[in-house]
Design a protein around this ligand. Structure first.
Ligand code: CS2
Length: 499
């Protein structure tokens, strides 16, 4: 068999090789516009919608992707080449991979080149939802004040030139204004980022921006746009080159950007929509009145658990999360962190057995077939840890709970940011917009043991707490002196260490 390019024209031949969409894409309307099409959107929301479109009654709920950043150019080119089709490779723990072609993204607009087109698409009568995966950093809040960051030059630009939007805020307000002026109902804004109260955060930020731009639009958005909170979950590693080769060898299929993911998938959403919603409950999505306990559980256990493995893992030279889990010291450290520091702060969650949930996290992290790189997990830790980990430490400080596991991760992060190499002297790949600032602050260690923590918008007031400072100092000293993270983790896991 010859290699065949994944695209619309070839889809009937590809069907003989692997599962393809059964729906007629020409009849699918884009009821959802998604900003920030990355790996996660394609393994999660687009996969749910793909299943939904299998029933012709629901053909109003296709997706049109939008890329707002220069960094989306590659995605735009590849999706264009492939008519927005891509392969989803689900990696099972027994080593099997299941592959299927996903067709739910029916269109993609690279808004840097055609901003008008993107605005018109969002303002189109077919559009009912605009969903977002723009990462923790995309919400443009000033971590010092918790408010909107008006100093951002792109925000300044779009406030002065509302017809030349650059950020998600400029695009959303331009599109909502058009809808209001045309007498169309508002769309729902559905945040799918790992932020607690993601909908509330999106609402607060958009309203702050709109208020400065146009008072009457502010009122309209406030009254008409719904921002459901949601909890999303599916581990989606960075696509390795080997997956592209695998599709070529196994199926003679040329797909330049397939997606790999674990079998597990979960989505919990507040049932609060401005202009209708797809019946995703048919696919196991949970619609609940209040998503707070679910998102807190997921962010504080799964996302923080990942960092608890990933940061020391990077220093110790473990390349992937499953390699960390194979290391008994790492695995029991992470479990002890979950049991002793997170679980007591979560309280009871309706319908959830936390022990089962934690057991399933252990199994998911240990999946040997999904090679989730620690570099992905540690990427943008400066935005993640203040949301995933530091609140747990703060709450434990306030309530007298254990802090040794969480504190150790901050000390390990300081060392990681300073040294940038692992125990074998191999460079660590650090991906963080604040990498340089973190490095500068960590490297003052010799003069000031606590130097790394002197970034208030990341660490808040931790330094004001005596118990925390005592723990941190002991740990950071031990890390620098012994240079053996692994041994220290084993030591900390002993009952009588510091506490
Ligand atoms: C990870 C998440 O980047 C991270 O820190 O914890 O991307 C995680 O894999 C997803 O939230 C899983 O749903």
């Amino acid at each position: 068999m010859s290699i065949i390019q994944l695209n619309q024209q070839n889809i009937s031949s590809i069907t003989t090789r692997l599962a393809c969409p059964t729906y007629e894409r020409n009849n699918v309307k884009a009821g959802i516009i998604h900003i920030g099409v990355g790996g996660f959107h394609r393994s999660h929301q687009a996969y749910y919608i793909h299943q939904l479109l299998g029933d012709v009654q629901h053909s109003d709920w296709g997706i049109c992707g939008i890329g707002l950043r220069e960094g989306d150019r590659n995605m735009a080119n590849i999706l264009k080449e492939q008519d927005c089709f891509y392969t989803l490779i689900t990696q099972h723990p027994d080593g099997k991979d299941t592959c299927e072609i996903i067709g739910s993204i029916v269109d993609y607009i690279f808004a840097i080149e055609t901003p008008e087109l993107a605005i018109d698409k969002m303002a189109h009568p077919d559009t009912k939802i605009v969903s977002l995966t723009i990462t923790e950093g995309g919400y443009n809040f000033n971590p010092n004040t918790g408010g909107f960051d008006f100093d951002n030059p792109d925000i300044q630009h779009e406030l002065q030139h509302p017809n030349q939007p650059k950020t998600v805020f400029g695009f959303l307000t331009a599109a909502l204004k058009k809808r209001r002026d045309k007498g169309l109902p508002a769309f729902t804004i559905l945040s799918c980022d790992n932020i607690q109260h993601n909908g509330d955060v999106a609402r607060k930020m958009l309203l702050s921006f709109a208020e400065r731009q146009d008072a009457s639009l502010y009122d309209w958005i406030k009254n008409e746009v719904c921002f459901p909170n949601s909890m999303v979950d599916r581990i989606t590693p960075v696509t390795p080159k080997s997956s592209i080769e695998f599709l070529e060898n196994e199926y003679q299929l040329k797909d330049d950007w397939p997606i790999v993911c674990e079998p597990y998938i979960q989505w919990v959403i507040e049932d609060n929509f401005s202009n209708g919603r797809p019946p995703l409950e048919k696919l196991g999505v949970q619609f609940v009145p209040d998503v707070t306990p679910y998102e807190k559980m997921k962010i504080r256990l799964l996302n923080a658990g990942h960092s608890v493995l990933g940061i020391p893992g990077a220093v110790h030279g473990h390349a992937t999360i499953n390699a960390c889990m194979e290391d008994k010291v790492f695995a029991s450290f992470m479990r002890a962190f979950m049991d002793n520091e997170v679980t007591p702060r979560l309280g009871k969650i309706e319908g959830i057995d936390l022990t089962d949930y934690k057991n399933s996290l252990e199994e998911r992290f240990a999946n040997p077939n999904i090679k989730d790189g620690v570099s992905r997990i540690c990427s943008e830790s400066s935005a993640k840890l203040p949301k995933f980990l530091i609140p747990t430490i703060q709450e434990n400080l306030a309530s007298g709970g254990s802090i040794k596991y969480g504190t150790f991760i901050l000390a390990a992060w300081a060392y990681y940011s300073h040294k940038g190499v692992d125990v074998n002297n191999h460079p660590i790949e650090i991906i963080d917009v604040r990498k340089e600032e973190l490095h500068q602050s960590a490297k003052q260690y010799e003069q000031d043991q606590l130097s790394f923590l002197r970034i208030p918008d990341i660490f808040g007031s931790l330094l004001e707490n005596e118990r925390f400072v005592k723990h941190y100092s002991t740990m950071i000293e031990a890390i620098y002196e012994e240079q053996n993270i692994h041994e220290l983790m084993a030591l900390i896991s002993h009952d009588n260490y510091l506490e």
